[in-house]
Design a binder for this molecule. Structure first.
Ligand SMILES: [Fe+2]
Ligand SMILES: [Fe+2]
Length: 294
């Protein structure tokens, strides 16, 4: 426990730990480090006199990055430690790049004050929905990240179009409709958001094939994008815009249910009816903390 405390308080580059220790062994220490989001990128090397294969497997299962068996060669140890250090710095750079993109997405959202904290609500609703649907951890994470990043392509939409109080003309609508493709292109170079790309590109597709940008229909639309499409519309219905009032949960729910098989995947609409009270709760709570600005 003491080690975990120190690791939490100090920015180490690496942890080298014995396996056999009193109280918590090295496997447990490693697992706890990797489970914690704050320390999950910290390389962990286990050093032990045990040469057994089962121990190596257990070490790997608990997320350890390398495993040295005593006695070890000093030069080899140094070389492997410096390569783990390089890997850590590379992962940190990727993480920083992702944070920059999220900050960019939030700044796009902030341009349109009428949407409130739409992205944050989508993160919460997406996580709730994805857990209910029992999606795997990668998809849950993808939907959650997409909650923030899905409209990042709106960075290329000028204020005159994005903030226009009335309906868009044909030319303006074409500019607006380009945002999913622009968003995908912006995110594409970053390896850590690859799961998010299909959601960003396809979050405005419709089950009946009348959406954009590709006019995909039914199961051609990536599943997580269908999830995002539903929660994105639910949230848009619930907020007041210059050209429309905020709908109550009951009114928004009726529109979502009415859109089954047209706008939305009918199976997802069924699932929506099981979790919609959670959506309403997220919406109402965030509205309260924001002083009812929606
Ligand atoms: Fe969008
Ligand atoms: Fe959105």
């Amino acid at each position: 426990m003491d080690a975990l405390q120190v690791i939490g308080d100090t920015p180490f580059d690496m942890v080298i730990s014995d396996v056999r220790m009193p109280q918590m062994d090295g496997f447990e220490l490693c697992r706890r480090i990797k489970e914690n989001r704050e320390t999950s990128l910290l390389p962990v090397v286990l050093v032990t006199a045990l040469g057994r294969k089962e121990d190596r497997v257990r070490g790997i299962e608990n997320g350890c990055d390398d495993f040295f068996t005593k006695p070890f060669d000093r030069l080899e140890l140094q070389a492997r430690i410096s390569s783990l250090g390089r890997l850590k710095r590379y992962n940190e750079d990727l993480e920083h790049a992702e944070e920059v993109l999220k900050a960019l997405a939030y700044s796009v959202e902030a341009r349109d004050v009428t949407t409130g904290d739409h992205c944050q609500r989508l993160v919460e609703m997406g996580t709730l929905f994805a857990n209910y649907l029992e999606l795997d951890q990668k998809d849950i994470e993808g939907i959650s990240k997409a909650g923030i990043l899905h409209d990042i392509g709106k960075i290329s939409v000028p204020d005159a179009v994005l903030l226009k109080p009335g309906p868009l003309n044909d030319e303006e609508w074409e500019i607006m409709k380009a945002h999913p493709v622009k968003g995908e292109a912006l995110l594409k170079p970053l390896r850590t958001v690859q799961k998010v790309l299909p959601i960003v590109r396809h979050h405005h597709e419709r089950w009946d094939g009348r959406g954009y940008p590709d006019g995909l229909a039914e199961e051609e639309i990536p599943f997580c994008a269908r999830v995002m499409a539903l929660i994105d519309v639910y949230d848009a219905l619930r907020i007041k815009r210059p050209y429309k009032p905020a709908l109550s949960h009951q009114e928004a729910s009726k529109i979502i249910i009415g859109g089954a098989g047209q706008h939305f995947d009918p199976e997802l609409v069924k699932a929506f009816t099981a979790v919609e009270s959670g959506f309403a709760e997220i919406h109402d709570r965030r509205k309260r903390t924001k002083g009812g600005k929606n």
